[in-house]
Design a protein around this ligand. Structure first.
Ligand code: NAG
Ligand code: NAG
Length: 295
């Protein structure tokens, strides 16, 4: 039972407004969050049937109501009518009834003239984040394709690196200073021409084993079912001369993503260290998907 004694009633006088204030502020916070609920969109752009004698690159802006944000710029891709610009762009897509007019403004530069195109983000979403946009006028017949990507994190470790340096008598002494170059490529691409580097780890000094567990690597370009592969190249940093190649591994990215687990693989092509190199293993650890939706 509630006790309506004079003292309690006096206290309630203060408690009720306080409760009211607190619930009101909760409601407000929730309303604000609902209003600004958004998805982080990640996407790349490729071209189809562009003039083959240019060096086209892209400038992309996010246009929302009357304001626009510069999302960045790609490098040029020379003399290729079907360029793949690997740069991943990031844009916020707001949800809710009163958020409209969310567009991208894409400029293709590095051709004879600049081609401009607007992309409605709602159409892009309806397409399943895989949208083909025809260019018009002088460049009609050409198009751009926007393809959504789903970024994820992984981390690396390398074990059993034999001593690789030699002293004056030809005996193996010094330990290695390993680091790893990370490339990706697609199976349909020519093996070495199209691989692109997306990360280089730090150098760990004087070790048999090195782990970069505490430095997760973000892979932004993931698109399921495109036959993407990682080429992970383990190097030995050298102060005096060129860095030495210790070996490499090729990882099927769809396969890795499907298991969301740890993958351990021997290094291939370990030229400098021969037999001893066969013991080197690389561990690739799944760290999770990037957060796409935020309150
Ligand atoms: C994107 O759409 C095109 C057809 O417009 C299709 O050929 C392609 O496979 C799609 N890509 C993905 C990753 O779904
Ligand atoms: C590989 O590792 C095993 C176990 O640590 C060791 O006995 C063997 O000698 C190593 N092989 C080479 C070629 O270093």
């Amino acid at each position: 039972m509630i006790n309506f004694s004079a003292k309690n009633i006096r206290n309630m006088k203060y408690t009720f407004p306080l409760i009211l204030l607190i619930s009101l502020s909760f409601a407000l916070t929730r309303a604000q969050n609902e209003g600004s609920h958004f998805t982080n969109l990640y996407f790349t752009v490729s071209g189809r049937n562009l003039p083959s004698n240019g060096n086209p690159y892209l400038l992309i802006y996010h246009v929302h109501d009357d304001s626009s944000t510069n999302l960045g710029k790609t490098l040029g891709v020379k003399d290729n009518p079907n360029p793949e610009w690997n740069k991943v762009f990031k844009a916020k897509y707001f949800h809710g009834e009163n958020v409209q007019n969310q567009r991208l403004f894409v400029q293709v530069k590095g051709l004879q003239n600049t081609a401009n195109v607007f992309v409605e983000l709602s159409s892009y979403m309806e397409s399943g984040q895989n949208l083909s946009i025809p260019l018009t006028g002088e460049y009609s017949g050409s198009s751009l394709i926007l393809q959504g990507t789903t970024p994820f994190y992984f981390s690396l470790q390398v074990n059993n690196i034999p001593a690789t340096d030699f002293n004056w008598w030809g005996v193996r002494t010094g330990l290695s200073d390993p680091y790893i170059n990370c490339y990706f490529f697609s199976a349909s691409d020519p093996w070495d021409a199209q691989r692109s580097k997306f990360h280089e780890t730090t150098v760990v000094r004087n070790v048999h084993d090195a782990s970069w567990w505490d430095q997760p690597i973000e892979y932004l370009n993931y698109v399921k079912g495109k036959g993407q592969k990682f080429l992970l190249e383990v190097m030995d940093h050298d102060h005096m001369s060129k860095d030495d190649f210790l070996g490499e591994a090729i990882i099927d990215v769809d396969e890795f993503v499907r298991h969301e687990a740890i993958l351990i693989t021997p290094l291939l092509n370990t030229p400098k260290i021969g037999q001893a190199g066969q013991n080197i293993t690389l561990t690739v650890k799944w760290e999770g998907w990037a957060q796409l939706t935020e309150p």
